[in-house]
Structure formats: structure tokens, C-alpha cells
Design a protein around this ligand. Structure first.
Ligand SMILES: Nc1ncnc2c1ncn2[C@@H]1O[C@H](COP(=O)(O)OP(=O)(O)OP(=O)(O)O)[C@@H](O)[C@H]1O
Ligand SMILES: [Mg+2]
Length: 265
């Protein structure tokens, strides 16, 4: 079996990103958010504040509504009641001006299999005619691929990549948008501990070197403590605890304690 040595390459950290816009990390405020599907009341008066430039991790068990919450923030889902404010502006108000860029890294990576890595990463910039100069697109793609440790992989097809590499391409595609907010839905699901660590390092490095707000949804407690500025715990449709990793570790809330401690059983 061929060994994928590429996965062991270190992740570039401090190279300047070639970009088409200046990102300005946004703040997000979620106020009394309610969402039901039929009888299933998934989000129940949920309140949460995400600060500009922080990495906030949302921890919650499977089926607790993490993906539903992310879909609301990105605007793919409309609330039954409540609000999502980005930089103080309700995203569902008709007159919302939306002067920000949001990128989402989907759990499945969601790459287009018929397109090369380069075409996948550049898709948003080309489709929306955001960058017309092909040389500039090449530079952007090259620089975001190097951020995730995949330099020189432009011509490779997704089918030739491992799951972890696909995840990194998906992250590179998000970075190419030069977003003000990146949402990661289970970025390490189905990955081995080494690749989980690599993705964790990528997210930590983004936090250090990029002007961006990051929201990471996961049920991986170790990853949460590794990357988070703050952790929010979602249970029964509500955020039941929010704080720094230290604060959450000391939480007396039985739900939080149970969730954190199950990994030692
Ligand atoms: N489009 C939908 N239609 C009906 N029910 C839905 C829909 N999307 C989500 N749900 C329900 O909402 C609940 C929360 O789902 P969600 O996908 O947000 O969970 P999650 O916390 O992301 O779980 P996981 O960790 O397994 O990804 C589940 O009960 C799910 O069945
Ligand atoms: Mg989910």
C-alpha cells in the first residue's frame, strides 16, 4: 500500500496569504432562537454571543442541533422565531446589507469530484467573477493550499486524496474566499487521531495568523479543548454553558461534566 507521506508535511503557518479583500472578523449574536421540525423542537430559546476574531467551539452530542444552528448562521435555514445578528444586523431582515463574507466547511468536505483541487478551491472566485485575473487566482490558490500544507497539489483530482487531505482542500477553499467568518461542521469526523491533530493545528494557525472569526462544531472534546478560545455546550436546544476551556472544565453543570468526562470511561 502506498504511504501518503504528504499527510506528514508540516502545516505552513506564517506565509502571507495572497488575497483579494481585507477580512474583518465579525461578531455574531444569537437571540432567543427557536427552530422545530414538526414536533421536534430542536433549538429552544437559544442565546449565544460569538466575539470578533475568536475561535468558538460548540460542543454537543449527536443530534443536539449543532448543524441546524450552523445552517442558521450561514442563512441556509430560517428561524421560527428569534434573531441572528452579524455585526449587530439581523441577517434575515430584508434590508440587511451583508457586507461580510461567510465560508462554511461542510462535514462531508463537499468537493466536486470532477474538478481538480485548483478548480475546487477557485470555484467561488471564478463563479462570482470576484477575481477575473487568472494569475491572481493562481496566486490565491497557491497560497491557501500552502496554508493547509498541500502546496503543489493544484492538478490532483479529489479521488486521489485521502479523507484528511480532502478536509484540508475544503478548508483551503473556504480560505480562498477570504472570509470574515468561517464555520466548520465536524472538521475531524471520521479522521484518525493524527489527522485530527493536523486539522486542529490548521485551525489554531488560522486563529493566530488570520483576521477571521471561527465557529467549530464538534463532539470531539479533546479537539475542543485544543483549539478553543471559548467553548459553548449545546444541550436540549440551549447553550447550557459557555466560557474558556478552563471555565468549562470547572463547570458544575451535570450535563457539561457528564459530556466532558465520558471520554475517560
Ligand atoms: N431538514 C430537517 N428536517 C427534519 N429534521 C431535521 C432536519 N435537519 C435536522 N433535523 C433534526 O434536528 C435534530 C438536530 O439535527 P442536527 O443535524 O443539527 O444534529 P447535530 O448536533 O449536528 O448531530 P451530529 O453530531 O450527528 O451531526 C435531529 O433530531 C434531526 O433529525
Ligand atoms: Mg451535525
Amino acid at each position: 500500500m502506498a504511504i501518503r507521506t504528504e499527510e506528514k508535511e508540516s502545516v505552513a503557518t506564517s506565509k502571507p496569504l495572497f488575497k483579494y479583500r481585507e477580512a474583518r472578523p465579525v461578531g455574531v449574536r444569537i437571540v432567543n432562537l427557536n427552530k422545530s421540525f414538526g414536533d421536534n423542537h430542536v433549538l429552544r430559546d437559544l442565546n449565544l454571543e460569538i466575539l470578533p476574531g475568536e475561535t468558538l467551539v460548540i460542543l454537543g452530542k449527536s443530534g443536539s442541533g449543532k448543524s441546524v444552528l450552523l445552517r442558521h448562521i450561514v442563512g441556509l435555514e430560517k428561524p421560527d422565531s428569534g434573531k441572528i445578528l452579524i455585526n449587530g444586523e439581523d441577517i434575515n431582515e430584508a434590508r440587511s446589507k451583508r457586507k461580510y463574507v461567510i465560508a462554511m466547511v461542510f462535514q462531508s468536505s463537499a468537493l466536486f469530484n470532477s474538478l481538480t483541487v485548483e478548480e475546487n478551491v477557485a470555484l467561488y472566485l471564478r463563479e462570482h467573477g470576484i477575481v477575473k485575473d487568472e494569475d491572481a487566482i493562481k496566486k490565491i490558490v497557491g497560497s491557501v493550499l500552502s496554508v493547509v500544507g498541500l502546496e503543489g497539489k493544484e492538478k490532483v483530482m479529489p479521488s486521489e486524496l485521502s479523507g484528511g487531505m480532502k478536509k484540508r482542500v475544503a478548508i483551503a477553499r473556504a480560505l480562498a474566499m477570504n472570509p470574515d467568518l468561517i464555520l466548520f461542521d465536524e472538521p475531524t469526523a471520521e479522521l484518525d487521531p493524527m489527522m485530527t491533530r493536523t486539522i486542529g493545528d490548521v485551525i489554531k494557525n488560522l486563529r493566530r495568523h488570520f483576521e477571521v472569526t471561527q465557529v467549530v462544531v464538534t463532539h470531539d472534546v479533546d479537539l475542543a479543548f485544543y483549539i478553543a478560545d471559548r467553548i459553548a455546550v449545546l444541550s436540549d436546544g440551549k447553550i447550557v454553558e459557555v466560557g474558556t476551556p478552563e471555565e468549562v472544565r470547572k463547570s458544575e453543570n451535570p450535563v457539561v461534566k457528564g459530556f466532558i468526562n465520558t471520554r475517560f470511561e
